[in-house]
Design a binder for this molecule. Structure first.
Ligand code: CO
Length: 134
């Protein structure tokens, strides 16, 4: 079951500059900065009501975010939904023909298990499923 639009992931070239910009735009400080070594990204999170904005910058030349930025430039990179049971949701989506980018849930930023759905099977949008690690 999908329970929330958890966050929007925004790809940015300069994390410090984008953090300063969004601090002004949203009129609040971020609540978290986190390096996710497995993905080669630095992230910054802002709360917006029950949802979040995740700023993402690549830290290595071959990280998915670095490659995305060089191809498409800055912008909305992914839409993340909170799900109650990530394994059950992954099994259902796979059964229904969606292309999952990871076979097993993996550890993402902000204390979450995550799985990505390929944009080719989601109308051009990279979809992230996430479930809080308790
Ligand atoms: Co995300």
């Amino acid at each position: 079951m999908f329970t929330n639009l958890e966050h929007l992931g925004l790809a940015v070239h300069d994390l410090e500059a984008a953090t300063a910009l969004y601090t002004i735009l949203l009129n609040q400080e971020p609540y978290k900065k986190e390096h996710v070594a497995s993905e080669g990204v630095d992230t910054v999170f802002f709360r917006v009501g029950g949802s979040k904005i995740e700023l993402l910058a690549g830290t290595t030349p071959d990280s998915a975010i670095t490659r995305y930025l060089s191809k498409k430039g800055e912008g909305i990179h992914h839409v993340a939904f909170e799900v109650a049971d990530i394994r059950a949701t992954m099994a259902r989506l796979k059964e229904q023909g969606f292309m999952l980018l990871n076979e097993e849930p993996k550890r993402g930023a902000d204390n979450k298990l995550v799985c990505f759905v390929h944009p080719k099977s989601a109308a051009g949008v990279l979809v992230e499923l996430c479930q809080e690690i308790v």
